[in-house]
Write a protein that binds this ligand. Structure first.
Ligand SMILES: Cc1cc2nc3c(=O)[nH]c(=O)nc-3n(C[C@H](O)[C@H](O)[C@H](O)COP(=O)(O)OP(=O)(O)OC[C@H]3O[C@@H](n4cnc5c(N)ncnc54)[C@H](O)[C@@H]3O)c2cc1C
Length: 458
């Protein structure tokens, strides 16, 4: 019997296993896919690995930064020099330099600045560990972000920008998410500007070897403890151990850490009830919707035209783009995202139609050279059976204030990890943070049980 069975070999599961193994505990990691990394995936584009999953690290994200250093991986700054583009209908505006926002009417600009101030004031009032227990949490959690905009935003320009910010950062529609959730998301990012920003913001840095290499390095150190292609179907708790049942065999451990997204964890059978709150919570945490495209070109021709590669559009398949060129410049690429409702619509279309539409939009934004890629790669996360969407879970109104305390609370011998359970940034950094927390919880309980056994023997 192992000290701990870990379900999932994404960043959080592998950190859990690594931390426990470092403390002398025995672990088995069970992963459904035939690869590690979960929501991070970095295929090779010849000279470099580029990310079709999680990609960026911000300066506040100390957990992932420390892990990257420990694993001997290198980072480099996200390219951002040059003008940005904003396409609305047939109009495309070029902006940048001293203008952080595209030019808009003075009314829209004032509206946006006031909204930014209101958001900053409200997020400063949140309780970091339990935002759902903050003074105004109930009122905020009763609203969608759309309803908050209806009350607080007067101009079309500010509404358009804020709606796109929501889609870009949580991959859901303003009418789908709780205002409390979004406010807490911005708190974890530091502020609205830091959450969406490149230098000084959450998109500041990339990993030279690709984000998936974080998981690959941890998995290779764990060796045979990591089992691929073993989806966990059921977990049964006994008095002193757990049985974890996969398609291949039954694993026994003293504890189990489930590190998969809550909506995916709901598909595992648990034998006995996990408790009303935990069960309701898992039923109410849908994932965001993302299709990510990485499009490789002969040269970064947009840079030569004075463009940064950053664009936002409301014209169809692509909501935003960024430069995705490799650190040493050997592979030139743009990355593009289809998000929220748009992502769900395009996920249903045939791949060839998606490719045609994406290249047409890139051509509209960046000119005729964009029509001729060297390679076109897409990942439809919306349809991924082991993730159920991306980037992360997006609670609607009422979920956090009713069931928030169940997010991290263990259920008997079952503990929970995964970026959804993080206190800080709910991305790769939060996955690392949650893995450390879950490992600490299990280590604490193992120590208590060991000392009890020794007392009984004495
Ligand atoms: C397109 C995209 C872009 C993103 N961009 C960023 C970014 O720039 N910065 C950032 O910080 N974050 C980003 N994210 C989010 C980030 O990738 C995730 O927050 C993080 O990787 C989650 O790690 P995790 O370990 O919590 O979960 P996961 O990576 O989902 O790991 C869970 C693992 O469990 C496995 N699993 C599921 N069910 C079972 C089962 N029944 N049995 C066994 N195994 C199972 C899964 O296959 C998976 O490997 C992005 C995500 C996507 C998809």
């Amino acid at each position: 019997m192992k000290d701990c069975i870990v379900v999932g070999a994404g960043v959080s599961g592998l950190v859990t296993a690594r931390e426990l193994e470092r403390r002398g505990r025995s672990v088995t990691v069970l992963e459904a896919r035939d690869r590690v990394g979960g929501r991070t995936l970095s295929p090779s584009f010849g000279g470099a690995r580029l990310d079709v999953g999680g990609q960026w690290i911000g300066p506040r994200q100390r957990h992932i930064a420390e892990l990257v250093r420990e694993l001997g991986l290198a980072t480099f700054p996200q390219h951002h020099a040059g003008s940005k583009l904003l396409a609305r209908g047939e109009d495309t505006v070029r902006y940048g330099g001293v203008f952080a926002f595209p030019r808009m009417s003075p009314w829209a600009m004032i509206d946006l600045l006031l909204a930014r101030r209101r958001l900053a004031r409200s997020l400063a009032e949140l309780e970091p560990e339990r935002p759902w227990a903050s003074r105004d949490a109930r009122a905020w959690d009763a609203l969608t972000f759309e309803a908050w905009m209806n009350k607080n935003i007067r101009t079309q320009g500010a509404r358009f920008l804020l709606s796109n910010v929501v889609r870009a950062v949580v991959a859901a529609e303003p009418e789908e998410i709780s205002f409390l959730f979004f406010l807490d998301f911005l708190r974890r990012g530091g502020s609205l500007d830091e959450t969406v920003g490149i230098p000084g913001g959450a998109q500041e840095t990339r990993i030279v070897e690709g984000m998936q290499s974080v998981s690959e390095r941890m998995a290779s150190a764990l060796g045979e403890a990591v089992h691929l292609g073993e989806p966990v179907r059921a977990i049964h708790q006994r008095d002193r151990w757990v049985e974890v049942i996969t398609d291949r065999e039954t694993h026994t451990g003293r504890f189990v850490v489930v590190s998969v997204p809550p909506a995916i964890a709901a598909r595992i059978r648990y034998g006995v009830s996990l408790g009303r709150d935990r069960e309701r919570l898992m039923d109410r945490l849908p994932m965001g919707s993302v299709i990510k495209f990485v499009v490789q070109y002969e040269t970064p021709f947009w840079r030569q035209a004075g463009l940064s590669g950053e664009a936002a559009s409301d014209r169809g398949i692509i909501l935003m783009t960024m430069d995705a060129t490799a650190a040493n410049g050997s592979v030139a690429a743009l990355v593009a995202f289809s998000l929220g409702k748009q992502g769900r619509y395009w996920a249903k279309r045939p791949p060839e139609e998606r490719k045609r539409a994406a290249l047409a939009e890139l051509t509209h934004l960046f000119g005729p050279k964009a029509a001729h890629p060297v390679r076109f790669e897409e990942k439809v996360w919306v349809d991924d059976p082991w993730t159920g969407g991306c980037y992360c879970a997006v609670p609607g109104p009422g979920t956090l204030t009713s069931f928030g305390d169940a997010l991290r609370a263990s259920c008997g011998r079952i503990h929970w990890a995964g970026c959804e359970t993080a206190l800080e940034w709910p991305g790769v950094d939060g996955a690392v943070e949650s893995g450390k927390r879950a490992a600490g919880e299990v280590q604490g309980r193992l120590a208590v049980e060991t000392s009890r056994t020794m007392e009984v023997r004495a």
